[in-house]
Design a binder for this molecule. Sequence first.
Ligand SMILES: Cc1cc2nc3c(=O)[nH]c(=O)nc-3n(C[C@H](O)[C@H](O)[C@H](O)COP(=O)(O)OP(=O)(O)OC[C@H]3O[C@@H](n4cnc5c(N)ncnc54)[C@H](O)[C@@H]3O)c2cc1C
Length: 453
Amino acid sequence: MSEPWTDSLRAALDERVVLDPDVLASFCRDQAPLAPAGTPAALVRARSADDVVTTLRFANERRIPVVTRAAGTGLAGGANAVDGCIVLSMIGFDRILHIDAATRTAVVEPGVLNGKLAAEAASRGLYYAPDPASRDISTIGGNIATNAGGACCLKYGVTGDHVAALKVVLPDGTLIRTGSITRKNVAGLDLTRLLVGSEGTLAVIVEATLRLLRAPLSASTLVAFFDSIESAAAAIVAMESIADLSLLEVMDRATVTAVENVTRMGLDTSAAALLIAQSDSPTASDIIAQCQALCRAHAAREVHCTDDPEEGKLLLAARRMALPALERLGTTLLDDIAVPKPALPQMVERIQRIADRHGVLIGTFGHAGDGNLHPTIVFRQAEPGSAAAAYAAFDEIVRAAIELNGTITGEHGVGSLKRDYLGAMVGESERALMLRIKAAFDPNGILNPGKAL
Ligand SMILES: Cc1cc2nc3c(=O)[nH]c(=O)nc-3n(C[C@H](O)[C@H](O)[C@H](O)COP(=O)(O)OP(=O)(O)OC[C@H]3O[C@@H](n4cnc5c(N)ncnc54)[C@H](O)[C@@H]3O)c2cc1C
């Protein structure tokens, strides 16, 4: 049944408003299959900051919840609809406004795909560093709202490290600017940093000024296979001593097998773990040779190094296939924990014990150089007890990460999937402060209610 206000919304925003239930159904949830999702009352396809201002003013006056949504590739239920909400889609609000070589900055609308910006920057000899595996399908606005990570974070940092300034609309429709294009800026509280990673709960991003780097040199790559994931984890810890790696990724046997089944690229599926390391420094070959020696010292059964950028890209493409390949095996419950790097061997050992105890398949892959793992529980929902076992394993993995002084989410966000774990992660006083900040931005609580905090 349609809400009484939908005609007025259509009068205000015309063809931007969609009420067709079939279309609405396709805007209900992101890529976290098990996170709760409600049914929206309307969809607004924003094309400009004015559309966002109009939508938020309208919703705030009537206390209608608004869920901002970009490409919907989120993995924590952050963009999932709540019942009776307006879904505010940013996907068509997607122009690259300006790329400036002198200041090495780009000004973009929020719906620009990360990969599109990266390609446009590269065509001018510049580099947009944040590289989530979803870069070709996820947006800059979504990346900022989740503070997305990626493989190159090890050297270049996460999305937030590349955001210079933002234009955002507050829930009452006020448009504000935060940050500055200058390298240095300590004027007042850093609202840009606060908005980065706020998962659509504080304001809607309508424009971002991003920092670009000079294009990196071509990378040298190592791939190493290990007979035990513990030795791979020990090698990862030891690689901390090697300067200037740009990337260090891991996949366990279950993940490698799933990827090999899809790609048929000849990965060794009998190995317990595979590491991929890259360096793009001027002495990349030497750095990769040091990694090779270190992997051998940690009982790697096979190590292959290459200076061929195309071979390196192929190996990274295999790593990017990890999640889609595991998803082909059944329903997935994807985790996203991070621990201090020295605790990685303990964390992988705990994951194995948890898998054995609950009799579930867990494919673990992730950004090993950042201590950020994605243990992915694969199960069959139709099998009795299977979902319960998967949830129990998920719960134990998150709690193990907290015990090891890590975090419940390294890069995907809290969304609705991990909201119940936030209390175990941050203290009561800290959470209360977060809620007061939320209330200062959004006194009527209309933006993405029930998410993240
Ligand atoms: C195959 C695959 C691989 C992935 N790999 C990675 C990875 O390597 N690293 C990583 O960090 N993530 C990864 N992800 C997760 C996901 O791609 C990221 O979280 C991404 O940043 C979400 O962007 P999106 O455009 O899809 O946003 P959505 O999923 O639509 O939204 C994500 C959150 O941002 C909010 N939001 C979106 N736009 C705005 C805006 N303009 N203003 C305010 N709030 C907004 C939404 O409300 C929601 O809370 C992966 C996902 C998939 C499917």
